[in-house]
Ligand binder design. Structure first.
Ligand SMILES: [Zn+2]
Length: 320
């Protein structure tokens, strides 16, 4: 009789195998090089931050008991081959230096490492006639990782999904003396739920024109290829993994947990998931807090050790 185990709120909590805490959360921030701070049109309720605002936001994050931020830098200008990423005094380096100086080891700084942050075509990989250039992309990601590590990033997260990205990053970091910097590899399935994020990161109003970005994400229907990619990156030395989107990949989270029980798993509740929760509750269909906690707890139950979410501050407050 399971009703016996629901006799009281205390009983319900007693028998829970796990409970979500603010320590499970990672907060993504968008820091603008032009210093402008305003609401992100495609992710309403979240703001672009100037560097000073980012420091304040990270302070709030730490005070809420959230141990980590995922940093996205929005540049003033990009270039054709993304070589702007390797400037030692570039914007991303500036952000990590400032946050590291302020927070030391009290906040884990996770760096999103992808070509689309730097290239004018906003493509995640180098490509030639529609073919992904894996080695060239992975080599560049390794170089970018070193720039971010030097500036203070604790974790680098390769987001391009190209083959060999973890191997190149690990080798580059170790060779530069950053063997204490962890690699957290992204695994993405094809999804329309990334769209608000693309718009938030794009410099132009027509992002990723003419580019088939499904080339570097796995088919949503195919769990075997997804696991091939996970196995490859873990064999190359990924310390942690990120599964995204979360909602459409709960089975993948569980599958990774079962196959790689010793590797910490993060799930990314992406911009489209955020938008669905926000829009449907604003339209009066749901109570937002209830819907939010239901989705977050389902992600946790699927096996996520960490959850990257734009709702991190709200969740931490609800948990208090
Ligand atoms: Zn990218």
């Amino acid at each position: 009789m399971t009703t016996r185990l629901k006799k009281s709120k205390a009983m319900i909590r007693l028998v829970r195998p796990m409970e979500l805490t603010p320590e499970d959360l990672i907060y993504p921030i968008f820091v603008r090089e032009d210093g402008k701070s305003f609401e992100i049109p495609s992710i309403r309720g979240q703001k672009y931050l100037s560097l000073d605002d980012a420091v304040d936001k990270c302070q709030d994050t730490a005070e809420l008991g959230i141990p980590a931020v995922m940093v996205f830098g929005v540049l003033k200008e990009k270039d054709a081959d993304g070589s702007i990423a390797l400037r030692k005094e570039g914007f991303h380096a500036k952000v990590f230096k400032k946050l590291k100086r302020k927070f030391g080891d009290d906040l884990v700084l996770i760096s999103n490492v992808c070509l689309c942050d730097y290239t004018t075509d906003e493509f995640c990989v180098y490509a030639e006639k529609g073919r992904v250039l894996n080695e060239k992309t992975a080599d560049m990601l390794g170089k970018i990782a070193v720039v971010h590590a030097e500036a203070g990033a604790d974790v680098v997260a390769p987001a391009a999904m190209c083959d060999g990205q973890v191997r190149h990053m690990r080798q580059a970091l170790d060779a530069a003396g950053f063997d204490d910097v962890a690699v957290m590899s992204y695994f993405k399935t094809d999804s329309c739920l990334f769209q608000p994020f693309f718009e938030a990161m794009a410099l132009s109003k027509t992002p990723r024109r003419g580019i088939d970005s499904s080339k570097f994400r796995t088919d949503i229907i195919n769990e075997k290829v997804f696991m091939q990619k996970v196995n490859l990156d873990i064999s190359e030395g990924a310390d942690m993994v990120i599964v995204k989107p979360a909602l459409t990949n709960l089975d993948h989270i569980l599958r990774v947990k079962q196959k790689h029980s010793t590797v910490p798993i993060a799930a990314y509740q992406v911009s489209g998931e955020y938008a669905m929760i926000k829009a449907s509750s604003e339209a009066g269909y749901f109570n937002k807090d209830v819907l939010l906690m239901e989705t977050i707890n389902s992600i946790k139950r699927a096996g996520a050790d960490m959850i990257i979410t734009y709702h991190a501050h709200e969740i931490a407050k609800l948990l208090k």
